[in-house]
Ligand binder design. Structure first.
Ligand code: SF4
Length: 329
């Protein structure tokens, strides 16, 4: 536990957290919506600091990041808590519940990453914004060892903390969930701050990819989907977009996404975006392949989270020399 960043002291020992758009006000002894920031005698403390609820070595493709050091692993770690309440969360045991944690310090995690030959560390599984101080302190320590810093986030963060965070990041994967109503009713959040995060992160030069779970009858309406893809294309058509097959989880019992819905979404998104992928499906290898947008040469072939072949030459198509956005060495 340590004092949190980004909060204001208010009269009568109240505090207001200004890390994410919820801007929780807490009386003495109360926790914020994310459950990991607590008012202790008029000071805001983060209970998630160096308290790890899950960690493991994952392929970078699992994040999913397809244009960031293909084929390498990331030491992935998480605390408990989330700023959202998604009823379909596959990681609800740590995002919505207080799972047991182990005290693992920044240097220990960096050493684990180094010892296992990881390319870097990824804050993921639950929401990194709620263990923000932990992630921020990890970054310089990781960089000293030549390791990258990655975060997998819902993007729900205020502009100041985001801008302060970005210089320490090498890659950011932002989840896109649906339209404004979906964010409010199914996730307990808002869409606009998430779009602001994608735009600011992209403009900052950090490598950004996006992903969206396609949930039948909830966020797969054509107009909404097309509008979302259009918004992303306005920021940049070069930002990779992963459409994820949803399977029932947590409190959501809607049937899993049929392949034909995923294919339809893939076709629609590919009309505006240059790099579209299908995730969590098998038997459609082309949908996990990176093609050159100009000459259609297959560049990186994958099977699930495994890279089968990488033909990029210094980040360019070997046939027409078109530059492919991302970090490849
Ligand atoms: S980070 Fe947590 S405590 Fe802070 S405003 Fe967001 S939900 Fe509330």
């Amino acid at each position: 536990m340590r004092e949190a960043l980004y909060y204001k002291k208010e009269p009568l020992f109240r505090v207001r957290c200004v890390l994410c758009p919820h801007r929780c006000q807490m009386h003495k002894g109360q926790a914020g919506l994310c459950r990991s920031r607590v008012n202790q005698d008029g000071e805001l403390m983060t209970t998630a600091y160096e308290e790890v609820s899950a960690y493991g070595l994952d392929p970078v493709e699992k994040k999913p990041l397809y244009h960031f050091l293909p084929g390498r692993d990331l030491l992935t770690y998480s605390g408990n808590g989330c700023t959202f309440r998604c009823t379909f969360c596959a990681n609800h045991m740590i995002s919505q519940e207080d799972a047991p944690t182990a005290h693992l310090g920044v240097p220990e995690l960096v050493e684990l990453a180094r010892r296992h030959g990881a390319a870097g560390l990824a804050a993921s599984y639950a929401e990194p914004v709620v263990f923000y101080e932990f992630v921020r302190d990890m970054a310089p320590c990781a960089r000293e060892q030549g390791l990258k810093n990655v975060a997998v986030t819902n993007g729900f963060i205020l502009e100041g903390p985001l801008r302060d965070w970005l210089p320490s990041l090498d890659a950011l994967k932002v989840d896109l969930k649906g339209n404004e109503a979906f964010y409010r009713e199914v996730c307990g959040g808002q869409a606009d701050p998430v779009w602001r995060t994608v735009r600011i992160a992209h403009e900052s030069g950090v490598h950004v990819e996006t992903a969206m779970p396609l949930i039948p009858s909830l966020n797969d309406y054509h107009e909404d989907f097309d509008e979302m893809v259009g918004k992303l294309a306005e920021i940049s058509p070069e930002i990779p977009f992963h459409i994820q097959a949803y399977t029932p989880a947590h409190r959501m019992s809607v049937d899993a996404t049929p392949l034909e819905d995923l294919e339809r979404a893939y076709e629609a998104a590919s009309r505006s975006l240059k790099f579209v992928y299908l995730q969590n499906v098998s038997g459609v290898p082309d949908r996990q392949t990176t093609f050159c947008p100009d000459c259609r040469e297959p560049l990186i072939r994958r099977d699930g989270n495994r890279v089968l072949e990488n033909r990029l030459k210094e980040g360019q198509c070997p046939r027409c020399a078109r530059a492919i956005p991302g970090v490849f060495s």
